[in-house]
Design a protein around this ligand. Structure first.
Ligand SMILES: NC(=O)c1ccc[n+]([C@@H]2O[C@H](COP(=O)([O-])OP(=O)(O)OC[C@H]3O[C@@H](n4cnc5c(N)ncnc54)[C@H](OP(=O)(O)O)[C@@H]3O)[C@@H](O)[C@H]2O)c1
Length: 246
């Protein structure tokens, strides 16, 4: 994998990639998504069909750099989320932090499989977090609390600014949102996104699947292309939102 923007460069090893994707601030919300060249966010209901070894590598590095992985329950179910994998060779990038980023799941319904590895196999210092609202049934909140840390943010639905503040208060200010499109749509609509990290796959997926954002419409937001890498015909772009540069 090599850089083409802002300047052409040689092959990047994992530490070079980590430098390329370093968080600009201790409190920062970035999203990492993959799409086909014609704008699809999935193939056959999963994003895996758009991925590549390079995309998986960037995905892994972004997790090593993050304090917390923020994800919607739809993606947790569709992609069968598990705890983040420790990367001993990159331990130097996590000095003073748990070996892995915490996974934080956003759900209003609390319709989660609490027996899944995401909950049963998370390490004690990076226990999975469930973020829900006051409207969630109390018995389901209590059940989630047996296997996860529970954050209640918002009355009828999760209030994302409140949730992000609660995460930052726990020392989890460097956030990587891994989707899905409904969660990213709300984050973007709320002006909460600092950075979009987008893999563009050299694939024509055809009509049918949704885009990387879904939900309610929001005004178009200009972004700056801060960086682009390439490998095997894939483009790995870093876009900064206007609010991030101020
Ligand atoms: N291309 C990519 O990079 C990429 C990335 C991720 C996912 N995907 C694909 O996207 C699909 C899943 O995405 P999705 O958009 O359907 O789901 P999603 O955004 O992952 O999750 C949506 C769910 O999150 C919860 N949620 C979100 N915002 C909430 C709020 N403010 N308050 C309370 N709950 C909230 C709700 O859960 P409850 O229903 O539990 O209340 C909602 O149903 C899958 O096909 C996956 O493969 C693609």
């Amino acid at each position: 994998m090599r850089m083409i923007v802002p300047e052409a460069g040689g092959e990047l090893d994992d530490f070079g990639l980590a430098q390329a994707y370093a968080y600009p601030r201790a409190r920062w919300l970035r999203a990492n998504m993959v799409m086909s060249a014609d704008g699809s966010a999935s193939v056959d209901g999963k994003s895996g069909g758009l991925s590549s070894p390079g995309d998986k590598r960037v995905f892994g590095i972004l997790r090593v750099l993050a304090d917390v992985v923020l994800v919607g329950s739809g993606t947790v179910t569709a992609e069968q989320y598990k705890p983040a994998r420790p990367r001993p060779a990159l331990a130097a990038l996590r000095t003073g932090r748990p070996a892995t980023a915490t996974i934080a799941v956003i759900t209003g319904s609390l319709d989660l499989n609490l027996a899944a590895p995401l909950f049963t196999e998370a390490p004690p210092d990076a226990r999975t977090i469930v973020i829900t609202s006051e409207a969630a049934p109390a018995d389901l909140r209590a059940a989630a609390g047996q296997v996860a840390d529970v954050i209640v943010a918002g009355k009828k639905a999760v209030d994302l600014p409140t949730a992000l503040t609660a995460l930052a208060d726990r020392g989890l200010g460097r956030v990587i949102c891994e989707g899905g499109p409904h969660l990213l749509g709300q984050i973007a609509a709320g002006g909460l996104l600092d950075e979009l990290i987008l893999t563009i796959s050299p694939t024509l997926a055809g009509p049918g699947a949704g885009r990387i954002v879904a939900g309610d419409a929001f005004p178009a937001a200009a972004m700056t292309l801060a960086q682009a890498l390439t490998e095997d015909g894939y483009l790995f772009c870093r876009y900064l939102l206007a609010n991030a540069t101020s």
